[in-house]
Design a binder for this molecule. Structure first.
Ligand code: NAD
Ligand code: UDP
Length: 337
């Protein structure tokens, strides 16, 4: 298949591009590089040993998107492009709604105009808000506590409306839990701008000596050791689920909503320990106050993904930490290294 990957230069996108090409698909990357480096594309080209077709453009531009469809016959779109920093979204809601919601509607409109009606959308476990119980099933109630999460919910709803208007659309909403780790080569990985908001890049930067210590946000949650529990999923497992979704998309006759997680939860302190074991380095930490908006526990019931996509996550926490560490060690300054 010929797959348009918006945001294909980013963290999850670059890993997905590798697996798509390895599975024999053709890929066109569309990215405005607002949160990615062109170096990530060069590294992907090295891994797959072929040139990648890249179009530099913004999903908010009809003209830039149309140019892609003028030249390529696209079978399906995997839509990663978007902004993802929760704190920033609270400070700058307009930018988030413009980029994530408006940008997505422009993309869907251009797709429809070009009779390309298959889309896989990057949603997030954040749409479950504070779940009443775990593991989390796809039919749990949804809610949002910040503009980032709300932008994901809005795009999910927009896509459901798109399907109501035209049932020829094939739509898959993938709700990711906590993607971590990196490609085995250690040449592509997560490259956050400035101080990382997420746990794993912060731990990795602390282990490599770039940060003095990790602040553990709260040790008084109702969890086994008091620290927050999340479902960490290896980015290559996540990428693999996209390949499976794209290959099965023509079979779907309703909007598919699918959790992508391992089904297991790990606490902050368990992740610190796992990373120390993988890296052989100490990760100093201090207990800090809870972070506003955080929940105690979040992990998936991934059985629907198994049933529908024939997909299960196969990489455990040790492998996530080993691969994340290899990327961090080889690239202490990310793609600038
Ligand atoms: P990322 O920032 O590494 O990748 C996003 C890519 O989109 C970047 O390459 C960026 O340059 C590009 N982009 C952003 N706005 C664009 C625009 N208007 N036009 C064209 N390109 C644009 O993020 P990621 O971690 O790879 O996440 C990919 C998707 O998955 C995002 O939609 C994100 O919200 C979602 N998601 C991520 C996580 C996570 O923890 N990483 C969890 C759940 C969902
Ligand atoms: N966390 C932490 N210190 C940090 C970053 C995160 O203790 O510097 C905790 C956070 O409170 C949560 C877990 O690590 O319990 C995962 O946080 P992350 O931001 O990576 O993911 P999310 O909260 O979005 O699931």
């Amino acid at each position: 298949m010929k797959v348009l990957v918006t945001g294909g230069a980013g963290y999850i996108g670059s890993h997905t591009v590798v697996l798509l090409i390895e599975a024999g698909h053709e890929v066109v990357v569309f990215d405005n590089f607002c949160n990615a480096s062109k170096e990530s594309i060069r590294r992907v080209e090295k891994i797959v040993n072929q040139k990648i077709t890249v179009v530099e453009g913004d999903i908010r531009s009809r003209e830039e998107l149309q140019k892609v469809f003028d030249v390529h016959t696209i079978d399906a779109v995997i839509h990663f492009a978007g902004l993802k920093a929760v704190g920033e979204s609270v400070e700058k809601p307009f930018i988030y709604y413009d980029n994530n919601v408006h940008g997505s509607t422009v993309l869907f409109e251009v797709m429809a105009k070009n009779a390309c009606k298959s889309i896989i959308f990057s949603s997030s476990a954040t749409v479950y808000g504070d779940p009443h119980t775990t593991p989390i099933l796809e039919n749990f109630p949804t809610s949002a506590t910040n503009p980032y999460g709300r932008s994901k919910l809005m795009v999910e709803e927009i896509l459901r409306d798109v399907y109501v208007s035209d049932s020829e659309w094939k739509i898959v909403l993938l709700r990711y839990f906590n993607p971590v780790g990196a490609h085995k080569s250690g040449t592509i990985g997560e490259d956050p701008n400035g101080i990382p908001n997420n746990l794993m890049p912060f731990i990795a930067q602390t282990a490599v000596g770039k940060r003095e210590y990790l602040s553990v946000f709260g040790d008084d949650y109702d969890t086994p050791d008091g620290t927050g529990v999340r479902d960490y999923i290896h980015v290559v497992d996540l990428a693999d689920a996209h390949v499976k979704a794209v290959e099965k998309i023509s079979n779907f006759n309703e909007v598919m909503t699918i959790n992508l997680g391992t089904g297991k939860g790990y606490s902050v302190l368990e992740m610190v320990k796992a990373f120390e074991k993988a890296s052989g380095r100490r990760v100093p930490y201090k207990i800090a106050p809870r972070r506003a908006g955080d929940i105690a526990t979040c992990f998936a019931d991934p059985s629907y993904a198994k049933e529908i996509l024939g997909w299960v996550a196969t990489r455990g926490v040790d492998e996530m930490c080993e691969d994340g560490w290899r990327w961090q060690m080889s690239n202490p300054m990310g793609y600038k290294s």
